[in-house]
Design a protein around this ligand. Structure first.
Ligand code: ZN
Length: 192
């Protein structure tokens, strides 16, 4: 077992010891809301938004983007599990601002090893690469506030999203932990 796996299993044993009565939680989120946010390791939605187990759906991907798969989850979230309000939360210093589809496609074509970054991405790998990456839209971000507005609009205007669900747009500041509203996004996401 790797050191990391041992650490995770040990942490889980501790968690189980203090699990209490959480085995009785209902499947639908008790506080009837969902959060779409970035996978960035510095963000802990349970902490920054005050969530306990059973409270809310948290959907995460690179950038917190309203990808087809994120929308798939949101549709299930309201249609089958009753969420009534949604947050789209991007964040400052997001890695998705640091590359473009073209850069990523070329890095992956060069090798499948981890690239380095010193203000500029560089592939130092020795394994064979693949051109498959050139076919993928990585949903990178060039302007943070614009990306929040864009994603809130995409969710708001999706044919499977009911007009009654408000969609709020926020930016999480990684320097302070504060959520800052993107007013234009919230305006776009208002109930119709
Ligand atoms: Zn991010």
């Amino acid at each position: 077992m790797s050191k990391l796996v041992a650490e995770v299993i040990q942490a889980n044993e501790q968690y189980v010891e203090n699990f209490g009565d959480k085995g009785g939680l209902a499947l639908p989120p008790a506080r009837h809301f969902a959060v779409l946010t970035c996978m960035d390791a510095r963000l802990d939605p349970a902490k920054f938004a005050g969530l306990a187990e059973g409270d809310a759906h948290v959907i995460r991907n690179a950038g917190g983007r309203a990808s087809d798969d994120a929308i798939r989850s949101l549709v299930i979230s309201y249609k089958l599990l009753g969420t009534k309000e949604w947050f789209v939360i991007h964040h400052t210093d997001c890695g998705m601002e640091l590359f473009t589809n073209e850069i990523m496609g070329n890095l992956l074509a060069s090798s499948l090893d981890t690239a380095t970054f010193d203000g500029k991405w560089k592939d130092i790998g020795t394994t064979p690469g693949s051109n498959e990456g050139k076919e993928i839209d990585f949903l990178t971000i060039s302007n943070l506030a614009d990306s929040v507005v864009e994603d809130v609009a995409k969710v708001r205007n999706h044919p499977l999203v009911p007009p009654s669900i408000p969609v709020y747009g926020y930016i999480y500041d990684v320097k302070t932990g504060r959520l800052i509203e993107v007013e234009e996004a919230t305006k776009v996401g208002t109930v119709k």
